[in-house]
Design a protein around this ligand. Structure first.
Ligand code: NAD
Ligand code: DAU
Length: 340
């Protein structure tokens, strides 16, 4: 069945991986990408699809109703059948420095998008959320879909707020929305402010690798392609009103990740520098993904041991991409066209 999918935030890390996957795996679907091109949006992530006639880029902000209307209008007479909502401010450290942009994009933007999608009778709406809405775990246990929300950072609080708005539009209006809550992603096109690409970039330049606190915080790592496939499974087979946790069964303390990167790049551990801890730093995340595995038949295809070397190789093979992002020149790529 031909579908027209509106992806928000498709110029970011996960969104750009998702857009490329859709064009490859669902070639008869049309894709519209609405992205504000904040510091995290990079059109160089999408060079593989930019000339594709079934792909349309709309430069716009999800908090601005006119921009959202423009993106829906790009669906033409048949309209937009589905929305996959990635667009968000996504970095915890930035939210600690300044929370307001997170409330604007993540909370206000989600409501603007939901209103527009409901008015236009969109058939499926997938809201891409995060395991961080559940807060922090002790040494044992896992987040299930029933775990109470207990966000600890302005980022996770704003994502929890957006989740509640999505829940409310389903409960109130019967709008066919679903929520996914995934663990930490890694892979191609991740902005090098996040742990894995930052450590790769610094190690390659023999710069210090900053480890917050004791480095024993645990994250549950999932290769980005697995996350994208899980979102597609939810879009195609998920039930309206449901929440689906997504995780990779790959729990590692940060220090082990950094040591693995240094070993792979043949760099010394003396590059590691312990620095002041992140404020309110969540100690451990771990996902119970049985619901999506048992009801939708999704399972991750990659272990961390397989996909970390693939990721390191990708950054080595895409040195130009990394340099453009690190120097800031990636913004020149579109500033001439969009004035952003
Ligand atoms: P990212 O920061 O790499 O990309 C975000 C994208 O959204 C950028 O292209 C940016 O330009 C765009 N954007 C931001 N504000 C916008 C606005 N107001 N209007 C339009 N576009 C806007 O983020 P990411 O890591 O790819 O995460 C994507 C989504 O997945 C987020 O909603 C995030 O909460 C969620 N998520 C991320 C992870 C992870 O590990 N990265 C894990 C689970 C869930
Ligand atoms: O769990 C899903 C979440 O994962 C997503 O919702 C977020 O959008 C995404 O950014 C990510 O959040 P984290 O805060 O877990 O990711 P980050 O890469 O910023 O940090 C991972 C861990 O590494 C965390 O414990 C903090 C630590 N860290 C991070 C950086 C950037 C360091 O020790 N040093 C660093 O320089």
């Amino acid at each position: 069945m031909t579908r027209t999918v509106l992806v928000t935030g498709g110029a970011g890390f996960i969104g750009s991986n998702f857009v490329q996957m859709l064009r490859e795996d669902r070639p008869d679907w049309r894709v519209i990408n609405l992205d504000a091109l904040t510091y995290a949006g990079n059109l160089e992530n999408l060079t593989a699809v930019e000339a594709d006639p079934e792909y349309t880029f709309v430069h716009g902000d999800i908090t601005v109703a006119a921009d959202v209307a423009k993106a829906f209008a790009a669906g033409g007479e048949s309209g937009v059948s589905d929305v996959i909502h990635f667009a968000a401010e996504s970095h915890v450290d930035r939210s600690i420095a300044s929370g307001l942009p997170f409330v604007q994009s993540n909370v206000v933007g989600t409501q603007v998008l939901l209103d527009a999608a409901r008015e236009r009778g969109v058939q499926r709406f997938v809201h891409v959320s995060t395991d961080e809405v559940y807060g922090s775990l002790g040494k044992t246990g896992f987040f299930t879909e029933e775990t109470p929300l207990s966000p600890n950072s302005p980022y996770s609080a704003s994502k929890a707020g957006s989740d509640m708005l999505v829940r409310a539009v389903h409960e109130t209006h019967g709008f066919p929305a679903m929520i996914t809550r995934c663990s930490n992603n890694y892979g191609p096109y991740q902005f090098p402010e996040k742990l894995i690409p930052l450590m790769i970039a610094n190690a390659r330049e023999d710069k210090a690798l900053p480890i917050y606190g004791d480095g024993m915080q645990i994250r549950d790592w999932l290769y980005v392609r697995d996350h994208c496939e899980a979102i597609l499974a939810v879009l195609e087979r998920g039930s309206a009103g449901e929440v689906y946790n997504i995780g990779g069964h790959n729990e590692y303390p940060n220090i082990d990740i950094v040591r693995a990167i240094l070993k792979h790049l043949d760099k010394p551990e003396s590059l590691i520098e312990y620095v002041t801890d992140r404020l309110g730093h969540d100690r451990r995340y771990a996902i119970d993904a049985r619901k999506i595995e048992e009801t939708l038949g999704w399972t991750p295809r990659y272990t961390f041991e397989q996909a970390l070397p693939m990721t390191l190789q990708w950054y080595q093979d895409h040195d130009g991409w990394l340099q453009n992002v690190r120097s800031g020149s990636y913004r020149d790529y579109y500033s001439a066209q969009y004035g952003a």
